[in-house]
Design a protein around this ligand. Structure first.
Ligand code: 3HC
Length: 283
């Protein structure tokens, strides 16, 4: 099995930056790139600040922090990914945009490299077909915040090879993640269960229950670290709506219909924490 030494991450948003941070801290040479230069800058700045905080808390030594930062490079262009052994994409959840990126990468990156997608709900088999290397394509679905959450969902597409599966599982293990093997079905495991639960909480809000009562009920009654509405704000209401629409459309069951109140909030531009307003307001 080819040894993975260099990991390229495309997309420097919350998820991509988190993946790049964990990758660099786990000893991989890491390249991070984003089509948006400002996003790349803020993604790398947030990694630096997270590593600095870990250092201050004594969770990482000065030496380990410095070497993790040394291994991390913001790439000037995608062509720097030519020698990557594994490329993980964490860009916008739009099939056409992902397919175009994968097509571009397949011409740039060495043919033996593995491509992985952090998609939360798009078919891995469909993305694999667009990548030009379906045997070396796999789903690696990280949870937010990536450096904190232990889980990694691995999703094999119809044509994913055993070697690709084993190589990506080894990367996950070196990153300190515990893997579960999901099937290539909308929402995989976590979002298939979590997102309808959050949607139900929004229905309760729409029916007049106060947000703090919904969140306290689930925090204190089921030991969740944050209530479903706070979690919705944290994940992003636009992302949540997108996942619900995919579940609804592809599984064909009305139990996944997005709550009308969620649709209204997204239409209003209230996308949660990142826009300063969701079910709660943020300064
Ligand atoms: N990056 C790195 N570290 C972070 C972080 C971030 N973005 N946010 C918090 N942390 C660290 C803090 O530094 C802190 O570390 P410490 O214990 O060493 O001090 C630790 O996490 C706890 O953070 P806080 O004390 O600030 O706050 P909480 O105790 O409330 O924890 C939380 C925050 C970890 C986000 C916790 O509330 C939680 O686990 N929430 C649920 C998250 C969840 O369910 N994620 C999955 C979402 S679904 C998903 O991602 C799938 C996607 O496809 C939609």
């Amino acid at each position: 099995m080819a040894r993975i030494e260099t990991i390229g991450v495309v997309g420097a948003g919350q998820m991509g930056a988190g993946i790049a941070q964990v990758s660099a801290q786990s000893g991989y040479q890491t390249l991070l790139w984003d089509a948006n230069g400002a996003a790349l800058e803020s993604g790398t700045a947030s990694i630096r600040s997270q590593i600095q905080k870990m250092k201050e808390k004594g969770k990482i030594t000065d030496k380990d922090a410095a070497s993790a930062l040394d291994r991390l490079k913001a790439a000037g262009s995608l062509s720097e990914f030519a020698k990557a052994d594994l490329v993980i994409e964490a860009i916008v959840e739009k099939f056409e945009v992902k397919a175009a990126l994968l097509g571009e990468l397949s011409n740039l990156v060495q043919p033996d490299a593995i491509f992985a997608s952090n998609t939360s709900s798009i078919s891995i088999t469909r993305l694999a077909a667009a990548s030009g290397r379906p045997e070396r394509f796999i789903g690696m679905h990280f949870m937010n915040p990536v450096p904190v959450m232990k889980l990694l969902e691995i999703i094999r597409g119809l044509q994913t090879s055993q070697e690709t599966y084993e190589a990506s599982s080894q990367v996950a293990e070196r990153m300190g993640k515990t893997c579960v093997l999901a099937i290539d079905s909308p929402g995989f495991i976590v979002n298939r269960i979590l997102v309808p639960m959050v949607n139900e909480a929004i229905f309760l809000l729409q029916e007049g229950v106060r947000p703090e009562d919904i969140d306290n009920a689930m925090k204190l009654g089921t030991n969740q670290p944050m209530g479903p509405l706070a979690l919705a704000d944290f994940v992003g209401l636009d992302t949540l709506l997108f996942i619900l629409q995919i579940l609804h459309r592809e599984l064909g069951d009305d139990k996944y219909r997005p709550c009308p109140l969620l649709i209204k909030y997204v239409e209003a531009g209230w996308h949660g924490k990142k826009t300063g307003r969701g079910f709660y307001t943020y300064s």
